[in-house]
Design a binder for this molecule. Structure first.
Ligand code: R5P
Length: 301
């Protein structure tokens, strides 16, 4: 059956790219906000009996989660046979533990909300820290596309003599894979986070990077504090201007300006639309969609 793809606002370019890669049709959605901020959603194409994929990246997620939920729930009511969510950036994954008594482990609750509305999920490099796998919290088939080899390709084509640097121990998983694929050395800094915007990053391993171009690699740039502090520390050690390479450029508040003020070149993937997008993951996401649909099909048998 031919797949139909719908885009929530801001996801149209990716939806069209995916439709080309997957030979899928586009099912237009009409969306608007009522004066009081409530969302209006209308499927403009007949979707009864069809398989639908809804593209909605989940940066600035609260309104988008409701939009994705309403689009899926109404598609189900209108007879869609199977409904997938393509969320290249999957938010709420960092709240994976009750750090203080009474806190919500939001990653679990968002996972159960989305699993109740969709039949499969495709994302890109989800932030897996305390969870080994998305299946620990999602009850529908999930597929994660990986950006590491394309980050490496970009580095190989654009940076001479790179050293790949992770700003914290969590980044080691991406940094080691990216470094291996581009044949560059890597090292990891030490990060202490005291608050949302209060981060300290220390560097102890200067010998490994002498004479090389520093490329900081992380999964997410949110407030930009991690990357900015890391770039500042490298500058203090006399290194040339840093390249900040991230999979998901969320850029909360003044994050982008902060990095520019450190003289950093910022490069991101197109999981969240931003002028720093240089690495196109459409093909990777399309491959993950094929795998997720197949998994959902066999689970339904
Ligand atoms: C850490 O958990 C992540 O891998 C990133 O390092 C973090 O999300 C970056 O956050 P910010 O840009 O707010 O420092």
């Amino acid at each position: 059956m031919k797949l139909l793809i719908s885009a929530l606002p801001g996801n149209e370019a990716l939806a069209e790219g995916l439709a080309r890669h997957l030979d899928a049709g586009i099912a237009l959605l009409e969306t608007r906000s009522f004066p009081d901020g409530e969302l209006y959603i209308r499927h403009l194409r007949e979707i009864d009996g069809q398989e639908l994929a809804i593209v909605c990246t989940l940066d600035r997620p609260n309104e988008k989660l409701i939009g994705a939920y309403l689009a899926a729930a109404s598609a189900r009511e209108l007879g869609a046979r199977r409904i997938g969510l393509i969320a290249p950036y999957l938010s709420y994954m960092r709240q994976d533990k009750r750090f203080n008594p009474g806190e919500a482990i939001s990653s679990r609750h968002v996972a159960s909300l989305l699993s109740s509305a969709f039949d499969w999920l495709v994302t890109v490099d989800p932030h897996l820290h305390r969870y080994k796998d998305l299946q620990e919290i999602y009850t529908m088939p999930t597929q994660a596309a990986h950006a590491a080899s394309l980050l490496s390709k970009w580095i190989k084509e654009n940076v001479s003599q790179p050293v790949i640097i992770g700003p914290d121990s969590e980044s080691q998983q991406w940094v080691s894979a990216v470094a291996a694929a581009c044949g560059a050395p890597y090292t990891v800094m030490e990060k202490t986070r005291r608050g949302d915007r209060d981060v300290e990053v220390i560097f102890r391993d200067l010998n490994s990077i002498a004479g090389r171009t520093p490329v900081l690699v992380d999964d997410i740039i949110s407030t930009g504090r991690t990357m900015a502090q890391a770039a500042r520390a490298l500058k203090r050690h006399g290194l040339p201007a840093t390249i900040c390479l991230a999979i998901h450029g969320v850029f909360a508040g003044d994050a982008y300006e902060l990095l520019a003020a450190e003289g950093a070149t910022v490069v991101t993937c197109n999981t969240v639309q931003h002028p720093s997008n240089r690495i196109d993951l459409t093909d990777r996401i399309a491959q993950a969609v094929i795998a997720a649909r197949a998994e959902a099909e066999s689970a339904a048998r």
